[in-house]
Design a protein around this ligand. Sequence first.
Ligand code: CUA
Length: 184
Amino acid sequence: MPLTPPQPRNWWDLPLGGHEKIWLSIVVLLGLSMFVMMPVWHVFGAQNSPTETYRVSPDYYWEKATKFAAAEGGLSRKVEAGIQPTGDDVYLGALKFGWFPNVLVLEAGRRYRIHVSSKDVNHGFSIHKAGEPSQKANFQVVPGYEHVLPMTFTEAGTYDIVCQEYCGLGHQFMLGRILVERGR
Ligand code: CUA
């Protein structure tokens, strides 16, 4: 039998079918529950992005990051040794195609304020451990903005800082490292 279009009828005047009513009710309930979950999750989800952000010129931020690295003895040290901040504020800069400083040595269990900003284009800041996402961190690193991310590493180990935003031909090589050591 050939497929034929249904008889022309005024569908708007027909009563809703039983199944339609059930499915529409499910859709409305799902929508309402998601609507309610938004404020509920904001309070109880403990997954909110930190909101401490400053407008900053890329040059000014870079100066701060360089001063930070220099103050921590980072500029003269061998790269692999990393920078071991004495204070809780850590200044991390993103640029095509790397992180500055590219190796940080942090203390497990200590709460740091990780400042991130970019020198050139949009980058992404995420942290991975053994190839798996870690620290619930995946942030845009935007030139002109300084984000302050409070962060505590509970486990010692080697963490990678991975750029999660396509930023050019060297994007896939844009890796930094955080070495987390047991509390001193
Ligand atoms: Cu920086 Cu991708």
